[in-house]
Design a protein around this ligand. Sequence first.
Ligand code: HEC
Length: 161
Amino acid sequence: MTFSKTRLSLVALAFSAVAVMGIEVHAETNRVRFPENLDDLVHYTTVRRGNVTEHIMTTREAIDAVKQGQPIPDGTHFVLVDYREGKVHRYFVMQKGEGWGNDYDEGRRTEDWQFQWFWADRSINMDENTARCQSCHSSRSDENHLYTFDALSAFHGTVIE
Ligand code: HEC
């Protein structure tokens, strides 16, 4: 057996063992889809961290809902575009859907929000465990699990820096 075949069957074995035992693999897809309408999203705030510039965006409807104290609509995307040296390095995406929280047990659940990491070519980073995203964003459970919630209310057309 060649090396690559051995490796493939080991991977297959690992995945089937995981399926049988019902435990989680560290890489996963979930319900989050890359937004079809990225260019229609509203860029409301920019966060700079060293050589990283983050453009954070969502729908006009979500911004209006937050300003009016209404729930953020199902289907909403929040996208953090991570730029390095002027080029997209990766996209962090949160998306909400009716009942999506039921995919996770209570300890992990972030209401109906799910999280995903996409590379610049929009493929999913299969090395990420999005439980990590949920765990950190849980500390903002009173603000829709968003770190930049305050900027949504403060946004009046000029990007908040
Ligand atoms: C250690 C904590 C931490 C982890 C882990 C983390 N985030 Fe965040 N996230 C933040 C912070 C803080 C911000 C606000 C922007 C900033 O300060 O860089 C943020 C902002 C965001 C935003 C913009 C909306 C918002 O909340 O303001 C999205 C989308 C996002 N993160 C997705 C993800 C995804 C997807 C993952 C996992 C791949 C992830 N995050 C992991 C802390 C975290």
